[in-house]
Structures are given as C-alpha cells and as structure tokens.
Design a protein around this ligand. Structure first.
Ligand SMILES: [Zn+2]
Length: 202
C-alpha cells in the first residue's frame, strides 16, 4: 500500500486507485479541474496535502485515455526509463492533466493547440522556461486564453489569441504535422510543445 509522510511526521496510508474512468467516477472531471483529486487531510494535524500519483484515466465520452506521471518522473520519461504505450496521451505534472481535460471538455484539438503555442513561442524566440497552458475559450470575445508561466519566477501571466488563429491552424494542420520539428511534439503519446521549446532554448 502507498503511504505518505506529513510534515508533522504522521505516516498516512493511502488508497488511491491506479485507474480512473468517467462512468465509474461521476465527479472525476470536476475533481481534476478543481485540483482536488488527490487531496487528503492529515488525520493528526489536519493539514491539507495535495499529492500526485501515477495513474491511468479513461474518458470514453471523449475517446481519450491519459497516462499521468508526477512531475518528478519527467526526466525518467524522456530518457526512456518509463515504458509506455504509444496510444492515448501522456501528461507529466498536474497542470498538464488539467490542460488536456479542459481541451477535451471544450472540444478543442490538442495538436492544433500545441502548434499554436509553438507559433507563439517561436515568435518570441523560445524564451527559456516559458510554458503555456490552455486556460479557456471565451465565446463572447472569441478568444483562446493561455496561462504563461516562467516570465518571472512564481508568476503566471495570461495571454489571449483570437479564435481565428485556431481555425486557421486547423485548416493548415496537415502541412504543420509534416514538419519534422512539429512532429516531435505532436506525435502521441506526449503531445506538448514544452519539451521541444526547452531543448531549443538551451
Ligand atoms: Zn500532519
């Protein structure tokens, strides 16, 4: 059984499942979007602990399977230490999981979104440590909002792009996906421009 140690030194046994699926867990999507899926409170000091565990998520309504790894597994994943299937999607770290779930529930294509991020980062010269996360689609202003992380440590900025950029990128997606540098970050299972942007900036 898994366990964790609270900062008060209490040893807490954990019983989170290794597999989640929407038909069985009705509030799965909201618990991911709210960030509460792996919250526990310490039985001794009552502190709220926010944890992350390797897990598989099935969203049959979106035809989407996500394999999730905690942020600390990032290097192991990229050096090939973690064996995984090529199907579905891989998310590393909680913000990536939230992003994929938001995109699916807003019926947006993650490959198109990653190509949009790529164009944005390229225009800025791939600044080191910048990372974009899809935030929302605002129907009123017809804009797609992104969270931008890394401008200054511990700060999040928001940036927006007209929805017409999404439509335009969608119409050009086949030629985008043929470019070798784009293939690198749009080929499943890890569909995320972050790793490419990081490599090009160093
Ligand atoms: Zn405690």
């Amino acid at each position: 059984m898994k366990e964790t140690v609270c900062s008060c030194e209490e040893l807490i046994p954990l019983s989170f499942p290794e597999e989640y699926s929407t038909p069985k867990q009705a509030n799965l999507v909201s618990s991911i979007l709210e960030g509460s899926i792996w919250d526990i409170s310490c039985p001794s000091c009552k502190r709220l602990l926010k944890l992350e565990f390797e897990a598989v998520f099935h969203f049959p309504e979106w035809n989407l399977d996500i394999r999730f790894y905690p942020e600390e597994s990032r290097n192991d994943f990229f050096i090939g230490k973690i064996k995984h299937s090529k199907s579905g999607r891989v998310c590393i770290g909680f913000p990536e999981l939230v992003e994929k779930v938001k995109l699916a529930s807003d019926e947006l294509d993650d490959q198109i979104i990653e190509v949009m991020k790529y164009q944005f980062l390229q225009a800025k010269g791939f600044p080191e440590n910048w990372k974009l996360y899809y935030s929302k689609f605002d129907q009123e202003s017809e804009k797609i909002y992104f969270w931008l992380e890394g401008i200054r440590p511990a700060e999040l900025a928001q940036t927006s792009v007209p929805f017409t950029i999404y439509t335009k990128t969608k119409s050009e997606i086949n030629s985008w996906l043929k470019k070798s540098e784009v293939k690198e970050f749009t080929t499943p299972p890890y569909v995320n421009v972050f790793q490419v942007a990081k490599e090009e900036s160093t």
